[in-house]
Design a protein around this ligand. Structure first.
Ligand code: UDP
Length: 318
């Protein structure tokens, strides 16, 4: 099979590219390097079956040609990272909504399977954990820019499901829960690369809020394994599917674990959300997936726990 990966030079896209090539599949990457990096795919250049195009999904003639040449499209190109979203809301909304719109439009002409990357962020402020795919999405006020990301991704989900319902375009929607691992950058706000970089540099580790908020982090290899299995499972078509991990950790405890594993003497500091992001910023206290659907579909089981993840990310930054 040949796969088109939009956002293929990004963190998840580059790992997915590697895995597809390792399984003998062809890979076409379309990436405008807005948050991705050529360094992420430098080691894949020249590999048989691998091609990359540095351009935007808004180049519709190119997008249409690449879709035509592919059997499956992984649409990962998006504006991601809470910091980026709060600082550049126009870019976030336009990229996430318009990008998905053009990918679905062109895939629909050729009836190519499309995997849409969504996010656990769509569950918003809901406290009904663990989150099931049919749970309510509870978003905050539109004056709080953080929610623009969840809302843009929710629109992507609605649109993909609409294409499936109305035009029989095969789509699979995956909601990623805090995917982490080597190559992820902290530049756009993600907590693990940020804490690891701070710990290794001996700088203060910056916990936002009081640190009691928790997350369950997923190793990118587990996410990639699930993506490969899902595109081979006909029952996944037309479904919204959580992909995550259930090992929950409070952010304060995460800071301590990073510091210990990195052998660092860094101070752990606490910054109010208003100063860290924007005035009135809202965080979610817990975010935990219900994984029964993905487990039933493909026998999903995570291979990496949080300590594995942290050790690998620390090695990567070193
Ligand atoms: N966070 C933090 N310090 C940082 C970056 C993030 O304490 O330097 C917190 C953030 O407020 C959130 C959690 O870590 O509660 C996870 O943040 P991230 O941006 O990685 O992902 P999110 O789950 O918010 O999408």
């Amino acid at each position: 099979m040949r796969a088109l990966i939009t956002g293929g030079a990004g963190f998840i896209g580059s790992h997915l590219s590697e895995a597809l090539l390792a399984h003998g599949h062809g890979v076409l990457i379309l990436d405008n390097l807005s948050t991705g990096s050529i360094d992420n795919i430098a080691h894949l250049k020249g590999r048989s079956g691998f091609e990359y195009f540095i351009d935007s999904v808004n180049n519709e003639p190119l997008l249409a040609e690449l879709i035509d040449r592919s059997d499956v499209v992984f649409h990962l190109a998006a504006a991601v990272g809470v910091k980026l979203i709060v600082e550049q809301p126009v870019h976030t909304i336009e990229t996430n909504v318009h990008g998905t719109e053009v990918v679905l439009k062109h895939a629909s002409k050729k009836k190519k399977l499309v995997v849409i990357a969504s996010t656990s962020e769509v569950y918003g402020k809901s406290d009904d954990v663990p989150f099931r795919e049919d749970s309510d999405l509870v978003l905050g006020a539109s004056t709080k820019h953080r929610w623009a990301y969840a809302c843009s991704k929710a629109i992507d989900e609605f649109l993909a499901l609409a294409y499936w319902k109305e035009r029989k375009l095969p789509v699979i929607i995956v909601r990623f829960f805090n995917t982490v691992g080597p190559r992820q950058t902290g530049r756009y706000g993600m907590v693990i690369p940020t804490f690891v970089r701070q710990a290794l540099a001996g700088e203060p580790i910056t916990v936002f809020g009081d640190g009691t908020q928790s997350r369950a982090f997923t190793h990118v290899a587990d996410v990639v394994g699930a993506l490969l299995a899902l595109v081979g499972e006909p029952k996944a078509i037309g479904q919204v599917i959580n992909i995550g991990n259930t090992e929950e950790v409070a952010i304060q405890a995460l800071a301590e674990r990073v510091r210990a594993l990195a052998g660092s003497q860094s101070l752990i500091t606490y910054t109010p959300y208003d100063d860290a992001y924007e005035s009135g910023f809202e965080d979610m206290p817990r975010r935990l997936p219900d994984l029964s659907k993905v487990t039933a579909l493909i026998g999903y089981k995570t291979q990496h726990n949080l300590d594995d993840i942290l050790v690998q990310v620390i090695d990567y930054f070193r």
